[in-house]
Ligand binder design. Structure first.
Ligand code: 5GP
Length: 218
């Protein structure tokens, strides 16, 4: 049974500032053949240093609405005044190629994905404490204080939904965290329910051996 099964759809959510982006980037760097990161479309303006097609596909509201209309998104949600959505084509292509596709999305989108694709694996990333979360958001210096406040307020809502996730990843030491996530995802591939085709194939081969033996009369 050497055949690798279809890729797993993985959702990584977490409070803004929890460090999920850093974890995902590290995973991609260490295992580029194994994981594919979906790039979302958004109506939010690029932050300093962000490039169209790298962090996001930056869209106008009209362009985004057209993507919804054309069913070009597997999910979308509104977050602190902007739209964010996952383009469909890339996700489908990469899963079929056997790569695990990572969606770094917020909780409303995560729940939509889970409903639509029930075998999605959901990871929730949190910093060790609320205090640390605020410290990281302020320290990153990319948003004005009022945006930080609304992101912290949003964290309260997001915290309510954590029970819907499969794993809680506490991002204290990055190195450990990345190893932990890679371990979880590797284990997930071994689940019987994700290997049904390979199991069926093995059964077929075993039946074939039995038939050959009968044919030889032993
Ligand atoms: P940011 O503005 O900090 O880049 O992202 C804000 C939030 O939107 C983050 O929680 C991020 O994970 C989420 N997000 C990014 N892309 C998507 C997407 O395609 N769909 C959904 N539902 N959320 C997204």
């Amino acid at each position: 049974m050497t055949r690798r099964n279809r890729g797993i759809l993985i959702v990584v959510s977490g409070f803004s500032g929890a460090g999920k982006g850093t974890i995902v980037k590290e995973l991609m760097k260490r295992h580029p053949d194994r994981y594919a990161l979906s790039i979302s479309a958004t109506t939010r303006s690029p932050r300093q240093g962000e490039t169209d097609g790298v962090e996001y596909f930056f869209k106008s509201r009209e362009e985004f609405l057209a993507m919804i209309r054309d069913e070009a998104l597997v999910e979308y949600a509104e977050y602190v005044g902007n739209f964010y959505g996952t383009p469909r084509a890339y996700v489908e292509e990469q899963l079929a190629a056997g790569r695990d596709v990572i969606l770094e999305i917020e909780i409303q989108g995560a729940l939509k994905i889970k409903k639509r694709f029930p075998d999605t694996l959901l990871l929730f990333v949190t910093p060790p404490s609320a205090e640390e979360l605020k410290r990281r958001l302020v320290g990153r210096g990319t948003e004005p204080m009022e945006v930080i406040e609304s992101r912290l307020a949003r964290a309260i809502q997001e915290a309510d939904g954590i029970e819907e996730y499969d794993y809680l990843i506490v991002n204290d030491v990055l190195e450990e965290c990345v190893r932990e996530v890679h371990g979880i995802l590797s284990q997930e591939h071994l689940r019987v329910s994700r290997n049904l085709e390979a199991i069926e194939e093995m059964r077929g081969e075993l039946r074939h051996f039995a038939k050959c033996r009968e044919g030889k009369g032993d």
